[in-house]
Design a protein around this ligand. Sequence first.
Ligand code: NI
Ligand code: MN
Length: 228
Amino acid sequence: MKLTYLSHSAFLLSDGKHTVAIDPFLEGNPHAALKPEQVKADYVVVTHAHPDHFGDALAIARANHATIISCFEIATFCQKQGVDAHPLHIGGGCDFAFGRVKLTIAHHGSSYPVDGENLQSMGIAAGVLVTIGGKTVYHAGDTGLFMDMKLIGERHAVDVALLPIGDNFTMGLDDAVKAAEFVRPALAIPMHYDTFDIIKADPDSFVNKVKALGIQARKLAFGQEIDV
Ligand code: NI
Ligand code: MN
């Protein structure tokens, strides 16, 4: 399975046959490794509706005839925009052509400026477990640290955990290190940092602290692709 970090919380996962984009915030993202029109994906997974996650999901889905996978409220909104969408909700998973997606809890909001201005609630935020190419990726979405991350690690053999470290809106660095300790992934990767001044963080410090726990961790450059 190939994992590509597009910056912020945006990733591509590919098994060579199918590609899943997660939280594709590219337009307006100063670090975006691709333009929305460069993304080729069959599925777009959205953890929550905030514009730095929902991002270019609709444009990418339209251009690729892709299916958006998200919580019921966001999926319904996407269907009303004429895009294919599969609704899930917390704790529920479903098998797709490439593998499986399951939603987990996340402690965060999920509003969206539907008319470009006024925030409208879009259900609740989630994390996701995406299984593709025989590997399971836990993308925590935006969240604070929570004890049930232990349960996620106990119930699922997580190959890669994508954890926000930017503080302010999500876990800060040290809480994210604790999250890695709870989930016990084969590999932890930091995300959701440096995109804006208010979420500046030191990914190298995260990597070193996680490694000190005996868990592999690495920082990915924007646009970097790795084999998992
Ligand atoms: Ni958010
Ligand atoms: Mn965010």
